[in-house]
Design a protein around this ligand. Sequence first.
Ligand code: ATP
Ligand code: MP5
Length: 277
Amino acid sequence: MSPIASALTIAGTDPTGGAGIQADLKSFQEREVYGMSVATSIVAQNTLGVEDVHHLPVPFIEKQLHAVFHDIAPQAVKTGMIATSEMMEMIAMELKKNRMPYVMDPVMVAKSGHSLMEEKTRKTIQGSLLPLSTVVTPNVPEAEILVDFPIKDQEDAKKAAKVIVEDLGAQAAVVKGGHLPGEAIDVLYEKKEYHFFKSPRTETKHTHGTGCTFSAVITAELAKGKSIPEAVKIGKDFITAAIHYTLGVGRGNGPTNHWGLRLQGVPNNATGGNDNE
Ligand SMILES: Nc1ncnc2c1ncn2[C@@H]1O[C@H](COP(=O)(O)OP(=O)(O)OP(=O)(O)O)[C@@H](O)[C@H]1O
Ligand SMILES: Cc1ncc(COP(=O)(O)O)c(N)n1
C-alpha cells in the first residue's frame, strides 16, 4: 500500500476557484488525498459567467500527463472539462496505458449557459472515455445527451443510469438530481443494483461547481480504496454540507464551501493509497 493516496484531475480552470481544477484540488485536500492537476483549457470565468476559453494544444496536455505519470502515480483519476474530440482521444489513450479507478464528469455546459464542450465532442465521449470509466457522473441535461431520451423524473433517471452502464459500457453511473424538482436525489446504478442518495434541497443560488466537487470527492475516496457506493455516499455528504454552509462569496452564482463537512466534525477517513500498480 502507498503511504498516502494521491489523485489526479484532468480539467479546465476557474480563476475564482469555485469550479474546475481549483475546486477539484480543494476537494482532494479536504479528503486528505494528495492532489495533482493537468489543465486542458484555461477559462476566463467567475461567478457571473464565462468570458472566454483558451484550449491548450493537445501535445502540451499530453506532456503534462507524462510529467505526472512518470513521477507520481495517482491511485485514481477524474476528468472534467474536455472540450474537443482530439483532447478526448489522446486522454483515452493515456488512460488505457495507465489503468486506475477513473471518474468521468461529462462537463458540457456551465450553469451560466456557456458551452464547455464542442457539439461534436458530445458524441465522441461514447466511443472514447466513457467505456473506460469506473463511474460517470452526468447531471440531467448531460445524461439526456448521452442516452438520447428526456429525463423528467426519478424513473427516467434510473433508466438513464442503467443505459449508461449496460449499453454504453461504464462500470457505474450516477445521474445527479440537482436539475430535477424536489429533494436532491442522485441515482447510482452499479452491479445491476440501484442506490439512492438523498438530501433536502437547499434554496440557494450558490451552486457553482457542485458537479466538479462531487466527482472530485468520489475520486479521492476511490483512491483510498473505498467501494463505489461508499465513495458516492461520501461525495453526497460532502456536497450537501458544501452547499448548506454557503460562503456568500461572489457577485453571481457563488462557489460552495469546501470545508462544510469539516464544520460537521466528519472525519476525512484518510488511509493509505489503493495500490493499482
Ligand atoms: N440546491 C441543492 N441542494 C442540495 N443539493 C444539491 C442542490 N443542487 C445540487 N445538489 C447536489 O449537488 C450535486 C451536483 O449536482 P448538479 O446536478 O448540480 O451537478 P452539475 O449540474 O453537474 O453541477 P455543476 O455544473 O455546477 O458542476 C448532486 O449531488 C446534487 O444532488
Ligand atoms: C472549468 C470548468 N469546469 C466545470 C464547470 C461547470 O461548473 P458550473 O456548471 O457550476 O458552471 C465550469 N464552470 N468550469
